[in-house]
Design a protein around this ligand. Structure first.
Ligand code: ADP
Ligand code: MG
Length: 305
C-alpha cells in the first residue's frame, strides 16, 4: 500500500501501463489542483471529517403492529470497526435501513458527523458520506466488473466524486472520465480484482462479488460504510482478504459498522460490539466484555458458546 502522506503531494499515483497518464497529465498541468483525487486508501490524507461519524438516538421503526426497532441508541467511533450483532429479527437490518434512508424511522434521530440526516433520501445520505454495500443486482450481473465500477458513482449518486472535477468544457468531461477510470483501476487493484475487470459480474464467486460490492461502495467516496453480512458465502481465503482490506481502510480513517453472524469474525476483528435484541440495544462494549455479559449470553450467545 502506498504511504498516505503522498496524497497531499503534487503528482497523483498513476497506474503503470494503463492509459495515457504521462501525456495528458503534462497537458493538463494547470488543472491538476482541481482534478487531483486521493486513491481509496489515502482517505486520511484528504481529511477525515471530525466529530462522531454516526450516532443513533432512540430510533423507532414499526411495520404495522410490529416494532422492529424499539428505541435503539448507539454511536460509532471514528475509524473503528464496530460490530452489530443479535439474534435473527433483532432489528439489525432495519436499523441499517433507517440509517441509510431506505426507511424513514417512526421516531428518533440519526446523526452523521453531528449533522442530522434522519429521513433524508439514500442518495442524499450517500452524498454526505455514508453508504452501505448493495448486492449486485440482476442487471448488473450481466455487465462486466469494469462496467459495474464505472456505473457505481452515478448509481449511488456519488456527487462528492463528481463535484471534485470541473463541469462544463469538453476537456473537463474527458478529464473527468479519465479521473474516474484511474480511480476505478486503483480501487480494483486495491481489492486485487483487477484481473477480473472484463469478467461478467454474474460469473464471480461469492467472495469476489463481495469484494466488488465493497469496491463499488468505495467509489462514492464515503467516510462511513455499513456492511450487512459481507462475509456470507465467502470462502476462507477471500474472507481473510476482505477483512484485511477493511482493516487497511480503517487505518486510513474510514469507519465501519458491520453486521455479521460469525462470532469469531466479530470477536477477532471488532474493537467494539453493539448487541441488539428485540429492537433495542442490549449491550455495547468491548468483545471480551460482551462474551461474559449474562444478558447477552441469555439472549443470544447461550446457544453458541
Ligand atoms: P435482523 O436483521 O436483526 O435479523 P430485521 O431488521 O430484518 O432483523 O427484522 C426485525 C423485525 O422486523 C423482524 O421481526 C422482521 O420480521 C420484521 N421486518 C423486517 N422488515 C420488515 C418489513 N419490510 N415488513 C414487515 N416486517 C419486517
Ligand atoms: Mg438482517
Amino acid at each position: 500500500m502506498s504511504d498516505a502522506s503522498e496524497a497531499g503531494g503534487g503528482a497523483r499515483p498513476t497506474i503503470d501501463g494503463r492509459a495515457d497518464d504521462a501525456a495528458t497529465d503534462a497537458a493538463s498541468a494547470p488543472d491538476a489542483g482541481e482534478t487531483e483525487r486521493a486513491s481509496p486508501v489515502e482517505h486520511a490524507a484528504r481529511g477525515v471529517p471530525t466529530g462522531s461519524p454516526l450516532r443513533v438516538e432512540n430510533l423507532v421503526k414499526r411495520f404495522g403492529g410490529l416494532t422492529a426497532v424499539d428505541g435503539a441508541s448507539f454511536d460509532v467511533e471514528a475509524g473503528s470497526l464496530t460490530g452489530l450483532i443479535g439474534p435473527n429479527g433483532a432489528g439489525k437490518s432495519t436499523t441499517f435501513d433507517c440509517i441509510t434512508g431506505v426507511y424513514r424511522p417512526d421516531g428518533g434521530a440519526v446523526y452523521l458527523y453531528d449533522e442530522e440526516i434522519t429521513g433524508l433520501r439514500p442518495y442524499a445520505i450517500a452524498d454526505r458520506g455514508l453508504v452501505r454495500t448493495f448486492q449486485i443486482a440482476r442487471e448488473l450481473a450481466e455487465m462486466t466488473v469494469l462496467e459495474n465500477m464505472m456505473l457505481a458513482p452515478q448509481d449511488q449518486r456519488g456527487e462528492r466524486l463528481w463535484r471534485s472535477v470541473l463541469p462544463g468544457s469538453r476537456r473537463a468531461v474527458r478529464e473527468q472520465e479519465r479521473e474516474l477510470r484511474d480511480r476505478v483501476w486503483e480501487t480494483l487493484e486495491f481489492f486485487e480484482i483487477d484481473h477480473l475487470a472484463e469478467e461478467y459480474a454474474g460469473t464471480l464467486s461469492g467472495g469476489q462479488r463481495k469484494l466488488l460490492e465493497l469496491a463499488r461502495a468505495l467509489l462514492t467516496d464515503p467516510d462511513v460504510l455499513l456492511l450487512d453480512e459481507p462475509l456470507a458465502g465467502v470462502n476462507p481465503v477471500l474472507e481473510e482478504k476482505l477483512l484485511d482490506r477493511i482493516h487497511d481502510l480503517r487505518r486510513e480513517g474510514y469507519t465501519f459498522l458491520l453486521v455479521e453472524h460469525d462470532m469469531d469474525v466479530i470477536m477477532n476483528n471488532c474493537e467494539r460490539v453493539i448487541v441488539m435484541h428485540q429492537g433495542r440495544v442490549l449491550a455495547d462494549d468491548a468483545p471480551a466484555a460482551i462474551v461474559e455479559d449474562e444478558r447477552v449470553i441469555d439472549a443470544y450467545l447461550g446457544a453458541n458458546v
